[in-house]
Design a protein around this ligand. Structure first.
Ligand code: URA
Ligand code: SF4
Length: 208
């Protein structure tokens, strides 16, 4: 059977691969069309996400919806997910071993959707592509990984805490339509270029 977002979500629903399963009310696999051009990847479920089983439904989610609206999109048009699919207790940061345990689900979601642009929201999802980077230095700067661009951005919650960060997020978000057009203009990659852009050890084909 080919992989699908539903199948991945089903497996997540019964996952016990890390201790976060113990405190969850619902798993939050993420949601959006399998054909999304954009994937937004946050950190992990908070209180409301854990209650509802849906990503970004609290205050950060409302801001995210505003940001999407600003570029003519709605949340239904993009895939929204997280690095870990179960809520860390007291909203603490996800631990390295929890992120590692959950990584295969995100890998499969990325492979299934094959988005043109991945937006990392906050440092935990940024770290997968930019392991040593500082978000204040590299936010808004797209980098090509294989057949797509990955753009690190601040987490919306950081924008809600700081008006200055909020301005930066809006500016970074407003680049997204042009970045999608850019990736579309690349066309099909040559056959012998078909490396896995999301392997553990991604090769950067070109630097911006
Ligand atoms: N913050 C996140 O990182 N993810 C969510 O789903 C909600 C808030
Ligand atoms: Fe499984 Fe991920 Fe939940 Fe851990 S956070 S129990 S790895 S789904």
């Amino acid at each position: 059977m080919p992989d699908s977002l539903d199948l991945i979500a089903q497996e997540i629903a019964s996952c016990t691969k890390c201790p976060l399963h113990q405190g969850r009310t619902n798993t939050v696999p993420g949601e959006g069309p399998a054909t999304s051009d954009i994937m937004l990847i946050g950190e992990g479920p908070g209180f409301y996400e854990d209650q509802s089983g849906r990503p970004f439904v609290g205050a950060s989610g409302r801001f995210l919806e505003e940001l999407l609206q600003g570029i003519g999109l709605s949340r239904e048009m993009v895939f929204i997910g997280n690095v870990v699919k179960c809520r860390p207790p007291e909203n603490r940061d996800p631990a390295a071993d929890e992120i590692a345990a959950c990584k295969a689900y995100l890998d499969r979601q990325i492979e299934t959707i094959d988005p043109k642009v991945i937006v990392t929201l906050g440092r935990f999802s940024m770290a997968r592509w930019f392991p040593k980077a500082r978000i204040s230095k590299i936010h808004g700067q797209p980098r090509r990984f294989g057949s797509r661009l990955v753009v690190p951005m601040y987490h919306p919650a950081a924008g809600l805490r700081s008006p200055k960060v909020k301005e930066e997020i809006v500016l970074d978000f407003n680049q997204l339509p042009a970045l999608i057009d850019q990736v579309k203009s690349w066309g099909e990659p040559p056959q012998d270029d078909a490396e896995d852009p999301d392997s553990d050890d991604p090769v950067q084909l070109s630097l911006f």
